[in-house]
Design a binder for this molecule. Structure first.
Ligand SMILES: Cc1ncc(COP(=O)(O)O)c(C=O)c1O
Length: 434
């Protein structure tokens, strides 16, 4: 048979989900089973010793979950993936797979607020320290690296500002220090950007967002490129005997699969933040149409950003595809199909105008999520980024006047009709105060 590299939409439908070998079912079977019967005691022992592949217990693996993992790894151009209960657990498991007490990370300051507290508070309490630096300041990233740094972390498109990371430059800096670049690709999705093609080593996802696509399930995933040299000296957790797995050296035993194997059989096993097979099944339904939904999300986002940019009530719009965006060149390089559908803008009139705006909207739902088929709106400073200090808010670029939009799949004329009503309310609130 001819070797053929299938396109994105073909892989979204077929990778990891062939017709079921047992029953012929064409849709992915949902295996709601915690555990799987062994062929014999020898088979059980071989499975537990990792000398043969197979299903043991759903906390570390399940056939429905495996289908989701294989499909996502294919779409990201990675070697393998591990699914988790949420995006935050994917990040935690990725970090704990390569860092421990006494280690250090360098991360962009323009991240989801929950990630900043996860790294800055919870991981710090566990002895893993993070230096946050402006993602666009490459010299600051270089300057923050230490001997005990284990990874550099960024989001492809930053939450909430919509800024774009210089992935190739960050990968070069990280690799120069012997550490991997980890990229949270939640906002771009593999349809708009595949960071591994630009040098990234590990991808994390909140599959809760565009991958699921319908605001129904929480889920996360870690994808590995398979090209990072784990045995080169910087990562003893992967390249020395592990007391958590009877002295197994993951790099020696599993080669290019070392990271995903450790993430699954040691860290996911011990952290226990596993995805439900039901959620993995729903995420597979989402992935199947990702390549159809994202172009429409992007087209609507572009129209909404352009509309807001032309309005006198709006002080600024931070969408990388706009002609005057400082991130336009980065967007052209890394996001040629569009800069996603989540971005922020600022209203003249600050917090009060923002409140009047959000409260008068009808179609845009006011809630804490992004990446739904429906359009969403939020005020980050008082919600998703509320736990941040004033300095952290400043570093993350989150001012009191900022409103974040996640542009959905409705008829864009209807979205703009609703925004016009919101802007009129914001203007009225500013006039009342004046
Ligand atoms: C960019 C980004 N990464 C990670 C997360 C965390 O994902 P989850 O809510 O699935 O844990 C979020 C959540 O909003 C996010 O926006």
């Amino acid at each position: 048979m001819d070797e053929r590299t299938f396109g994105f939409r073909t892989r979204a439908l077929h990778a990891g989900t062939p017709p079921d070998g047992e029953t012929g079912a064409r849709a992915l079977p949902l295996h709601l089973s915690t555990s799987f019967v062994f062929d014999s005691t020898e088979h059980a022992a071989e499975l537990f010793a990792l000398r043969t592949y197979g299903n043991i217990y759903t906390r570390i693996g399940n056939p429905t979950v495996a289908a989701f993992e294989e499909k996502l790894a294919s779409l990201e151009g990675g070697l393998g993936a591990v699914a988790t209960a949420s995006g935050l657990s994917a990040q935690l498991i990725a970090i704990l797979s390569l860092a421990q007490n006494g280690d250090h990370l360098v991360a962009s300051a323009n991240l989801y607020g929950g990630t900043i507290t996860q790294f800055g508070v919870t991981l710090r309490r566990m002895g893993i320290e993070t230096t946050f630096v402006p993602g666009s300041d490459l010299d600051a990233v270089r300057g923050a690296l230490r001997d005990n740094t284990k990874a550099v972390f960024t989001e492809t498109i930053g939450n909430p500002k919509g800024n774009v990371a210089d992935l190739a430059a960050l990968a070069e800096i990280a690799h120069g220090a012997g550490v991997p670049l980890i990229v949270d690709n939640t906002f771009a999705t593999p349809y708009l950007c595949r960071p591994i093609e630009h040098g990234a080593d590990i991808i994390t996802h909140s599959a809760t967002k565009f991958i699921g696509g319908h605001g129904t399930v929480l889920g996360g995933a870690i994808v590995e490129s398979g090209t990072f040299p784990w045995a080169a000296g910087k990562h003893p957790l992967l390249a020395t005997p592990s007391p958590g797995y009877h002295g197994l050296n993951f790099a020696e035993t599993f080669g290019e699969y070392a990271f995903v194997q450790r993430a699954r059989v040691e860290v996911l096993r011990d952290v226990g933040a596993s995805i439900s097979p039901m959620n993995a099944w729903l995420l597979v339904q989402g992935l199947e149409t990702l390549g159809l939904r994202m172009p429409q999300h992007v087209a609507n986002a572009h129209a909404v950003a352009t509309f807001l940019r032309g309005r006198e009530e709006v002080a600024w719009v931070s969408y990388a595809d706009l002609p005057d965006s400082p991130d336009r060149a980065l967007a052209a390089r890394y996001l040629p199909l569009g800069s996603g559908a989540v971005f922020a803008f600022g209203l003249h009139g600050g917090r009060d105008a923002g409140r009047a705006f959000i409260e008068s909207l009808e179609l845009w739902s006011h809630l804490a999520n992004v990446g739904d088929a429906k359009s969403l709106v939020i005020h980050p400073a008082s919600t998703t980024h509320q736990q941040l200090s004033d300095d952290e808010l400043l570093a993350a670029g989150v001012g009191p006047e900022m409103v974040r939009l996640s542009v959905g799949l409705e008829d864009v004329e209807d979205l703009i009709w609703d925004l016009e009503r919101g802007l009129a309310a914001a203007k009225r609130s500013a006039e009342v105060r004046a």
